[in-house]
Design a protein around this ligand. Sequence first.
Ligand code: TEU
Length: 571
Amino acid sequence: DIDRQWWKEAVVYQIYPRSFNDTDGDGVGDIPGIIEKLDYLDELGVDVVWLNPVYESPNADNGYDIADYQSIMDEFGTMSDWEDLLDGLHDRDIKLIMDLVVNHTSDEHEWFVKSREGDEEFRDYYIWRNGRTDVDGWTGHLGPDDEAPPNDWGSFFGGPAWEYDEDVGEWYLHLFDVKQPDLNWENEDVREEVFSMMEWWLEKGIDGFRMDVINLISKPPSVTEHNPPEPDGFDATFDGPKIHEYVGEMGERVLSDDLLTVGEVVGDVSMDDARQYVGRDGDGLGMLFHFDHMLLDRGGDVWEYYGYDLTDLKDVFRHWQKSLEGEGWNSNYLNNHDQPRMVSRFGDDVEYRVESAKLLGTLLHTLHGTPYIYQGEELGMTNYPFERLDDYQDVDTLNPVQNALDEGVIENFDDVKDSVAALSRDNARTPMQWTDEEHAGFTDGEPWLAVNPNHEEINADTAREDDDSVFHYYRNLIALRDDDDVSDVLVYGSYDDLWPSHTDLWAYTRTLDDERLLVVLNFTSEDQQFRLPREDEDHATYADELPLHAGEVADLDTELLVSNYDEDVES
Ligand code: TEU
């Protein structure tokens, strides 16, 4: 009685169009550039593409500030290019999911323009409040007449979450950039607009949505108060009081089990909330992107990088794998467009780069849940050697660092430059490395963000020619899901961590009826011994200790990393 769904058996490939492939020489990737690489995606074998926002946008936050939900950004091409992309994907049996960004719009969206002009119909599309005039000693941002923002809530990208608007004479809420005003989901008209926009895209033939910061759409009633009980907006806006009402309404009105839906949920999401979002009788989402593993090695600011412990990483995954077992479905990702490169973050990107990429890839593809690959991950792309603040483009790096420098929280950029280089979102956004030529074959023009100089070694051309490359290893991993011998246990088998407290090894099984896979991963650069747990000794027809040599990656065919207990295993 397996609850089968196509999206549980699928592998998703995430494309950040700005950095994927440029065909018109403006230094910015585009949709024709993706079309040019469809055969590459087909060769890799992925089942779904998730496209980061391609809608019309002034690009204050690279497309996450949308000015028109139903048209394509000029830099990326036209609607007819997009339709060709969809057809090209579907011709190759690859599905397409689109990014749904409905917590906020751009301030250049028609709704906000009208709201700001005082158009009655649109006024309540956003969250407008009066400022405070009674604040003694307020040292933060001030509007005219020394008015302070409605409350002390801060934005994700640094600075206050409120911006004063001269024409309106009031402040609007923006949990992200000033150019990303938050929509007012209390307003039924807003919900109707969003739902019909989603239906419009579904009618065009897309296969699902990735939902940006979906757990922020319900603001607490205290958003209206000048002195809300919550000192900053963060905790108050996560999973707000009407969140399941709104997401549930979306689920009922627009979504179905046949779509791939994945909601990004920021903050510390409780398992009760998680189960509600994805539960069978819950809101109707398929999966969630949580941040628990992305916050292990860092503080809230981009200059607070500390490194991680393997046991903590295992704890996070065990927690999610077990908590959703039988009740919901996991999504698994180790990097995306907002995160550093996984090889640099969780592996060794110098001496054991290829081995680390294969190790992490094995983890990603053998956990319970749907794997999400971020462009370039299949090549083992690494972080960029950032040096100066000028090297960055991302608002989420530049604004907070600049604010901290202005306020003296940081004295010199040099003091924090290594942490910022380790964590900045721009690490993921440097152009895709196709060839060893100039600009890595990404563009004939000047790339919008520098290409990693290591493209001479790390690039798709070289990887495709080398049978031992990360690329071919990923192809094999992806193909495992279609291999009748292992696909069921690999996709649907339950997860059990064999040795949670081990600081160097990650060993787990996946079990479905009488089938079992064993995965043993050596996260160190030292040789390790793994002893099979006592209860399983009977099943071990081979040596009960597996030597795991540092830097050696088992060929998937030898069934060492993914192996049945009762089969002979070559080491
Ligand atoms: O990201 C949500 C978000 O808050 C984080 O990813 C954030 O970038 C990270 O915690 C680092 O501080 C989503 C999108 O994925 C991101 O690209 C957008 O900038 C953001 O929402 C706003 O739309």
